[in-house]
Write a protein that binds this ligand. Structure first.
Ligand code: VGL
Ligand code: ZN
Length: 199
């Protein structure tokens, strides 16, 4: 028996035009995502949710700019503009997103010293968010993913889910990318290598 869930990644104001880490065309996916939500059996949302002064913010690293990268104890980390600070408007879901049907909102990136692109593991690839356990306990086996950004949080989530044994499809029309230095092509390839279906 397969049980399906739609996972909507980080469809938040700060990732849409006008936001602190705007993804080009980020808002354009909202109507499609809303139709997919209406048709879904189970809906799960993720929300990037950083404390002020988070270690992934370039503003915390003197001499560094946004989109530079630094060595963290857990590996290379891209630095970002301050974004999705807990409780701010930027961290809220896009106002047109139909989120009422969601059964779970999973927040990530709340530990000050580590970033979390994936909905499943923080960027050390070891610290779990608890989502694998939640899905398994509920008997959910198949995941469809959409959201922002294709080449960061969507891709990391899709790859971790596939490695954990879920059947994963990413609907690219329901995603938009940041595309830093070829990151979109690189992450599309990594998703395919992990067995993620790109639709
Ligand atoms: C994301 C960079 C930093 C994302 C989140 O949702 O793709 N990207 N935080
Ligand atoms: Zn973030």
């Amino acid at each position: 028996m397969s049980e399906k869930a739609l996972v909507v990644i980080d469809l938040q104001n700060d990732f849409c035009p006008g936001g602190a880490l705007a993804v080009e065309g980020g808002h354009e996916i909202v109507p499609l995502v809303n139709r997919m939500i209406a048709d879904a059996e189970h809906v799960i949302l993720t929300q990037d949710w950083h404390p002020a002064g988070h270690s992934s913010f370039a503003s915390e690293h003197s001499g560094k700019s946004s989109f530079d990268s630094v060595a963290m104890p857990y590996g290379e980390q891209t630095l970002w503009p301050d974004h999705c600070v807990q409780g701010t408007d930027g961290a809220a879901f896009h106002p047109d997103l139909d989120w009422t049907q969601a059964e779970l909102v999973i927040r990530k990136g709340f530990r000050p010293d580590i970033d979390s692109y994936s909905a499943f593991f923080e960027n050390d690839h070891t610290t779990p968010t608890g989502l694998i356990g939640y899905l398994r306990e509920r008997g959910i086996t198949d995941l469809t993913m959409v959201g922002l950004a294709t080449d960061f949080c969507v891709a990391y989530s899709a790859i971790d889910a596939a490695r954990a044994g879920f059947a994963v499809t990413v609907v690219e029309a329901g995603c938009r990318a940041i595309d830093l230095a070829g990151s979109l092509a690189a992450m599309r390839q990594k998703m395919q290598e992990a067995g993620v279906v790109l639709a």
